[in-house]
Write a protein of this length. Sequence first.
Length: 133
Amino acid sequence: MENTRSTFGLLFYINTSKMKKSGKCPILGRISIDDKSAAFSTGVDILPSGWDSSRGLANGKSGDSAEVNAHIENIRTDIAGYYRSMLDDYGYITAELLKNAVKGIGIRQNTVMQEFACYIPPFQGFFVRQVRR
């Protein structure tokens, strides 16, 4: 497939309008591809004073800051991987497709019975023998 070039941007920011009682604000991410964007929650909260908006990372080297920064870097890595993979597979990508891939939306998942069936074959003979006795 022929790959078309796209503009790609990733930004992390805090949503101060959703401040919690603890004073922390949720950290959101925004994926921008070709003038279209999709926002998502990272699931992490931080105090506004501990956020460096120019870098899109937490300030300081405390345990909390390091944990937040590691979480953000993991998300960056995942997004970059999905971006390359989807571009190779489909030849195009949108912000919404990338956001859904990162969040696991639209990915076919096994049902409980399908997962259970994966574990049954090694033990199937054991259960049959026990029932017949």
